[in-house]
Design a protein around this ligand. Structure first.
Ligand code: PMP
Length: 304
């Protein structure tokens, strides 16, 4: 996984205006600071073999941001065209040869006590990412539970939704795992701390339905389309905890995680040879690097 946390890029965008990094700040009186009220998207851009730079699934990220904002009653007036223009402005400002980009588009609520007259500022930041492929990770099961649709719904990509994932990561570090799988209120598989979960059983790729506690993942949709194009069976269904213990492969899937396989689950080694997830991983990179097209995958290209 790419580590973006220590970077201080030159610029950030606030309500469409390009600002020096140090000027992109929130007031301590804002709702975002006091109550952790914000919704966001993480977007990935890749250098492609033809020399262009391709941003993945902008429309889907915009649509999910609109859904998150709507579910938390945060007004968001930016149109898709404006959103896309902002992404391109920041990409042009920060793009460097040889480094991919991870952009974060966040609506931080700045006014609106208890939901009265809510107003948000729209910030965009972007961080350089290495093009190196991620190494396989060790996975465990967290004792923390994924929130349900009736609390802070897993469907909302809000800052507050990551508090449980943070606790699970801390728990994982203490137990020696790179990442943790969270179960839902029924004890079935929900997702990882910052990615969806894929399992392989007898050549079939399985992932939990959204209503099992999984964010509506854009990368999972892409992987499903890839699996379909490669005739790899792909199924969304409830997944029992014990299925994790008998799966041949387990992987993480998300914008930043891309497709990382697990080398072990609860300390038991997993298959690392030529595998179904490796096939999907390679196909995913063929698409994002521009070696192959798939009509379902939308890429916004720019020539720097
Ligand atoms: N679940 C969680 C909790 C996540 O943070 C992410 C990453 N955004 C995902 C799933 C995967 O979603 P996507 O493929 O849209 O990035």
């Amino acid at each position: 996984m790419t580590d973006t946390k220590l970077q201080t890029p030159k610029y950030a965008l606030k309500n469409g205006e390009l600002l020096p990094w140090n000027d992109a700040v929130l007031h301590i009186g804002s709702e975002a600071v006091n109550r952790g009220l914000s919704v966001f998207e993480g977007i990935k851009g890749y250098w492609r073999v033809d020399g262009e730079f391709g941003l993945l699934a902008l429309r889907k990220h915009y649509d999910r941001l609109c859904r998150s904002a709507r579910l938390l009653h945060i007004p968001f007036e930016t149109s898709f065209d404006e959103f896309e223009a902002q992404v391109l402005t920041l990409t042009h400002a920060l793009l460097q040869p040889g480094a991919d980009l991870w952009l974060r588009a966040t609506l931080f609520v700045v006014e609106g006590h208890w939901g009265e007259n809510t107003r948000a500022d729209f910030f965009m930041t972007a961080y350089q990412c290495s093009q190196e492929l991620s190494s396989p990770v060790s996975l465990g099961i967290s004792t923390w539970q994924r929130s349900s649709d009736n609390s802070v719904s897993y469907r909302i990509k809000s800052a507050s939704n990551y508090q449980v994932g943070r606790l699970a990561r801390i728990e994982g570090r203490t137990s020696g795992y790179d990442d943790m799988i969270l179960l839902n209120q029924w004890g079935r598989v929900a997702e990882a701390t910052g990615a969806a979960i894929l399992l392989v059983r007898d050549g079939r790729v399985l992932t939990p339905d959204h209503s099992e506690g999984a964010l509506e993942s854009i990368t999972v949709d892409i992987v499903e389309a890839l699996a379909c194009s490669l005739n790899v069976p792909f199924e969304r269904r409830p997944i029992d905890r014990t299925e994790l213990h008998i799966a041949q492969e387990i992987g993480l899937c998300g914008t930043l995680a891309e497709l990382i396989s697990g080398h072990s689950f609860c300390t038991v080694p997993l298959n690392q040879d030529v595998t179904t997830l490796k096939t999907l991983h390679d196909a995913f990179f063929d698409i994002v690097r521009g070696r192959r097209d798939l009509p379902q995958v939308e890429i916004t290209s720019l020539r720097p």
